[in-house]
Design a protein around this ligand. Structure first.
Ligand SMILES: [Zn+2]
Length: 323
C-alpha cells in the first residue's frame, strides 16, 4: 500500500468531511476492555510455541510529510453514559465504590490491584512459562480521559499453561500503580489480554529513565510519540500506515511477579491474572516527559497530573516470582 496515498486520503477525509465519525464501539470504561474486546476476534493461524520472538521485519518505509499537523484519521468516541470516575477531587479512587453500586469491589474487594512487589517477600517458583507472541499492527490511539490507550488488532497473544489470551490494548499510568520494594516508578505500562472465556490477563511493566526505547522512537518512520497522542478526551487517532510492535516494549529479562488481582479502574473486577516484569522498561527522559505530559493533561487526571490507583491490601495473597 502506498503510504503517501494513505496520507493524502487521510488529509482529504479531514478537510472534506469534518473528519469525525462516530465510532460504534462500546464505552471505554474499565481500562477500555469492553470496547476493545468487542473488536477483538481470535485467530488460530499462528505458530504456537513461537516464543515472543516475532520481530516482524519492519520493512516499513513510510514517511510522513514534514510539518504536517495531521496525524491520522480522527475518530470521535461517544460519550460514556453513567457515572464518571477519575483521579481528581470528588471522583477519585477513594470514592469509586460510592459513585456506582456496580463499582462496590473498588471498596470491598479483597483481591485488588495494585500492590507492592518485593522479591524478598515473593515465592520463588518455577511456574509455567509465560509466552508472548506480539506482532506489529496498525493501532488506534485513544484518549479516553483516563489514560492514553493503544488499541491493538487481533493476532497478538499471551499464552500461559496452554491458555491463550488475545492482546486487546496497552495503556499507561503515571506514576506506576505497582510499587517495587515500596518505590513508585515514573510510569507503568499495562498490556491487557483476554481469553475466549472472557478472563483477563494483564502484563505490567514499570518504567525507569535511561536509554531511549527504539520502538517508540521510530513509530512508522518519522512519526513522533508526541504527534500520535490525542490531547482531547473522547478522541482517537487511527493510523493505518503506522505500526507498533508491543514486543519492542518488553524488558529483556522475562522474570515476572505473578498474582491474582483486579482491574485498577472501575468496576475493579477481580479474577485478573497479573504478570508484572521484575525488570523495568527503559525510556529516555524525553520519551518519559512526552508520555507524562500527555497523561497529566487527561480530563480526569489528578491534581498532580497522576492517573494511578493507590496501593491495595495484599490480604495474604500469594505473589510468585518466576521466569
Ligand atoms: Zn491500567
Amino acid at each position: 500500500m502506498n503510504s503517501k496515498l494513505n496520507l493524502v486520503l487521510a488529509l482529504l477525509l479531514l478537510t472534506t468531511s469534518g473528519c469525525a465519525r462516530l465510532d460504534d464501539r462500546e464505552s471505554s470504561r474499565g481500562d477500555d476492555i469492553a470496547a476493545t474486546a468487542a473488536a477483538a476476534t481470535y485467530h488460530n493461524d499462528n505458530h504456537d510455541g513461537d516464543d515472543d520472538d516475532d520481530d516482524g521485519d519492519d520493512g516499513d518505509d513510510d514517511r510522513s510529510e514534514p510539518g504536517t499537523e495531521t496525524v491520522g484519521e480522527i475518530i470521535l468516541e461517544p460519550a460514556e453514559p453513567g457515572p464518571v470516575f477519575g483521579y481528581e477531587d470528588g471522583v477519585g479512587p477513594d470514592l469509586w465504590a460510592e459513585l456506582s453500586p456496580e463499582w462496590f469491589l473498588c471498596g470491598e474487594g479483597a483481591a485488588q490491584t495494585p500492590i507492592d512487589l518485593n522479591p524478598g517477600q515473593a515465592d520463588m517458583a518455577t511456574l509455567d512459562k509465560l509466552r508472548l507472541h506480539y506482532r506489529p499492527t496498525p493501532v488506534d490511539v485513544v484518549n479516553n480521559g483516563h489514560t492514553a490507550q493503544f488499541n491493538y488488532e487481533p493476532g497478538s497473544w499471551l499464552k500461559i499453561a496452554g491458555t491463550r489470551y488475545e492482546l486487546l490494548q496497552f495503556h499507561w499510568h503515571t506514576p506506576s500503580e505497582h510499587t517495587f520494594v515500596g518505590e513508585h516508578q515514573v510510569l507503568e505500562l499495562h498490556l491487557v489480554h483476554r481469553n475466549r472465556r472472557g478472563d483477563l490477563a494483564v502484563v505490567g511493566i514499570l518504567v525507569t529513565a535511561g536509554d531511549e526505547n527504539a520502538e517508540l522512537a521510530s513509530l512508522g518512520g518519522d512519526r513522533t510519540l508526541a504527534q500520535i497522542l490525542p490531547r482531547q478526551e473522547g478522541v482517537s487517532y487511527r493510523f493505518d500506515e503506522l505500526e507498533i510492535d508491543a514486543s519492542g516494549l518488553l524488558p529483556s529479562d522475562r522474570t515476572t511477579f505473578r498474582y491474582h488481582g483486579s482491574l485498577t479502574t472501575p468496576p475493579c473486577s477481580e479474577g485478573v491474572r497479573w504478570f508484572v516484569y521484575s525488570e523495568p522498561l527503559t525510556l529516555s527522559t524525553e520519551q518519559i516527559d512526552i508520555l507524562r505530559n500527555a497523561l497529566s493533561q487527561l480530563k480526569h487526571a489528578g491534581n498532580d497530573g497522576n492517573n494511578n490507583r493507590p496501593l491495595q491490601p495484599r490480604n495474604g495473597r500469594v505473589v510468585s516470582l518466576s521466569r
